[in-house]
Design a binder for this molecule. Structure first.
Ligand code: SAM
Length: 250
């Protein structure tokens, strides 16, 4: 469990790298429960105050023009993308470990919801009333197609790149098992120097995406953007590039 924040290195004595939460904890092996601590301290700067521009730009690649798709949003936080996708007519199913993230999502959008314990795994199903949005509040590694069914689309911003690198293949296999034969998966990633900045997010190249998904999926790079800004500058890095991949079953 992460216990302290804001522990600054003294005279270079601390070997740990700065992380996105502004402290020098080693979060290389951050566990799902550690995110509860981050949410409880409002350390959620990863949350975007608008719909993700890459999602807006490439929505047709994701939905293939279908007006009502079943869309999975793994490690969803309280992303505005879920509300936007539901407003487009899609059925949205998110997954988030932190109860705080789920609660804030529904409360900030004034969406009434119910909560029900999940069957067979530890967690809760948050279900919106009157809007086709549900969030499975549980560890993503407990998800199965038996529980969730299959999806037409997956929108993954900040999921793959937030998990420990050693868990990528396991995570990819779970998401792969949730893909219908014609599913389209948009994966948003970053190129960042984790030698300077500890992450998350963790650096992810095209080769990394292929290593995780390539054995059963076609991977195609769709877009890239210089995403370096003041926040990233404060991490000590000199570049931060966002990339978008389209993943299709094959
Ligand atoms: C970097 S944030 C991205 C959130 C969201 N996708 C967005 O774009 O704002 C990663 C999220 O994954 C959640 N998370 C981390 N580990 C998880 C796990 N094992 N299972 C489910 N959620 C997890 C965290 O609580 C956090 O909200």
């Amino acid at each position: 469990m992460t216990t302290s924040a804001q522990s600054k290195p003294v005279n270079g004595s601390c070997q740990r790298k700065l992380n996105q939460f502004g402290d020098y904890e080693d979060v290389t092996n951050m566990r799902a429960e550690d995110w509860d601590f981050r949410w409880s301290k409002d350390q959620t700067k990863f949350h975007m105050p608008q719909v993700h521009p890459m999602l807006r730009k490439h929505i047709d690649k994701l939905t293939q023009g279908n007006i009502r798709s079943r869309v999975f949003v793994p490690l969803c936080g309280k992303s505005l993308d879920m509300k936007w996708l539901a407003d487009q007519g899609h059925e949205v199913i998110g997954n988030e470990y932190a109860d705080e993230g789920c609660r804030q999502f529904f409360e900030e959008h004034n969406i009434p919801y119910t909560t029900t314990p999940l069957q067979g795994i530890k967690g809760v199903l948050y279900k919106a009333t009157g809007v086709p949005i549900q969030i499975y509040r549980c560890d993503c590694f407990d998800l199965t197609s038996k529980l969730l069914g299959k999806f037409d689309c997956i929108w993954d911003r900040g999921g793959f790149v937030a998990l420990p690198v050693k868990e990528r293949k396991r995570y990819a296999n779970i998401n792969r098992s949730l893909m219908s034969p014609k599913c389209r998966y948009l994966l948003d990633t970053f190129l960042v120097d984790n030698g300077i900045f500890g992450g998350p997010p963790f650096n992810c190249s095209e080769a990394d995406v292929n290593a995780a998904f390539g054995s059963s999926c076609k991977v195609q790079k769709l877009d890239e953007k210089d995403a370096f800004g003041k926040w990233q500058e404060s991490w000590g890095v000199s570049s931060f590039v966002e990339e978008l991949f389209l993943i299709e079953p094959q």
